[in-house]
Design a protein around this ligand. Structure first.
Ligand SMILES: Nc1nc2c(c(=O)[nH]1)N[C@H]1C(S)=C(S)[C@@H](COP(=O)(O)O)O[C@H]1N2
Ligand SMILES: [Mo]
Length: 313
């Protein structure tokens, strides 16, 4: 991984989206506002820039427009459609916010998100995202390394997995009144996956705090896995010895496994996973070939050495 300062990066490496650049100017405004409290080091984030190599990065694969990334979302706690959570999630109060740490770790308990943020260097990372439903986008996230954060809680040698849980609040999260999934939403990673330097906790995107519909105030981002691993509005993190039962695996075990690594060679039972529609591209733009591990194989394939990737889905 190469660490560069912003000025060292060619502008083409950052983004060709002027919209994104304009949002940079909002940094100061956001930091001054109450909402900005969630990003105390936001100006720092703009300077410290971790440029993660992402393989073939063609011109047609630029950073997705903010408007597309923020208004085409998946958030079953609010709705099963892709557009209405922009409005429905507005009522979610994200400050103050606390995260409970449980299980196989020395330092457990409930922590204020602000305190967690103070202890973690904010970075910006532009990652490819690929939903299991075959759309893809490229998002500039702001947040911090998942592994570094987890280490602060001193997981014990019994911690083989880490489980994440979303807020349960059916008064606000009206989708939780239906049984479309088992609530609260749960996701998990094997400990070595969670410790991988690409695994990320996002508190912001496009130089601003996360919009509620994208998972404010804290969401997971695991760029080599399908989008559904990116659990939103996290309130609990538990270190476990046993593989967690994730929300999607629980509701449809034949369709969603624990690993959920992006794999064009393994079809979802109801559709092919070999190609992806670039979010925001014109209808004349051909679909893009999906890459194994979403293009991050050089970094993460070793985590799965010896595993049968068509069986351990
Ligand atoms: N709590 C929660 N997290 C969630 C979901 C959800 O319904 N609830 N949907 C997942 C799915 S299926 C995807 S594709 C991504 C979408 O992230 P985005 O809406 O920011 O693009 O969020 C994931 N995280
Ligand atoms: Mo998804």
């Amino acid at each position: 991984m190469i660490i560069k300062t912003l000025s060292e990066i060619k502008s083409s490496e950052i983004t060709k989206e002027t919209h994104f650049k304009n949002r940079r100017k909002l940094i100061k405004a956001a930091a001054a506002s109450t909402a900005g409290l969630l990003l105390p080091d936001i100006s720092q984030a703009a300077k410290a820039y971790i440029n993660v190599p992402i393989g073939k990065y063609s011109a047609t694969l630029g950073v997705t427009d903010f408007e597309d990334a923020a208004n085409y979302t998946n958030y079953y706690e609010f709705t099963t459609n892709k557009t209405d959570s922009t409005v429905l999630a507005r009522g979610l109060k994200t400050t103050p916010w606390s995260v409970t740490i449980e299980g196989e770790a020395e330092k457990t308990g409930t922590f204020q998100l602000e305190d967690i943020l103070k202890n973690n260097l904010l970075e910006e990372r532009i990652y490819r995202f690929r939903c299991v439903e075959a759309w893809s986008m490229v998002v500039p996230w702001i947040g911090f390394s998942l592994g570094k954060m987890l280490k602060q809680f001193k997981p014990t040698s019994k911690a083989k997995y880490v489980e994440f849980t979303t807020l349960y609040d059916p008064d606000i999260m009206i989708g939780q009144r239906s049984k479309v999934l088992h609530w609260p939403y749960v996701e998990g990673l094997r400990m070595d996956e969670a410790m991988h330097p690409l695994a990320f906790m996002a508190t912001g995107m496009y130089d601003d705090i996360l919009p509620n519909q994208n998972g404010a105030p804290l969401r997971l981002v695991v760029p080599w896995k399908y989008g559904f691993k990116s659990i939103k509005a996290i309130v609990k993190i538990r270190f476990t010895e046993k593989m967690p039962l994730t929300a999607w695996n629980r509701s449809a075990p034949n369709e969603y496994g624990f690993y959920a690594n992006v794999n064009p060679n393994v079809s979802h039972p109801r559709w092919s996973q070999s190609r992806e529609r670039i979010l925001g591209a014109s209808i004349f733009t051909p679909k893009r070939q999906t890459e194994i591990f979403n293009g991050y194989g050089a970094h993460v394939a070793k985590l799965y050495a010896g595993m049968n990737l068509s069986k351990s889905i």
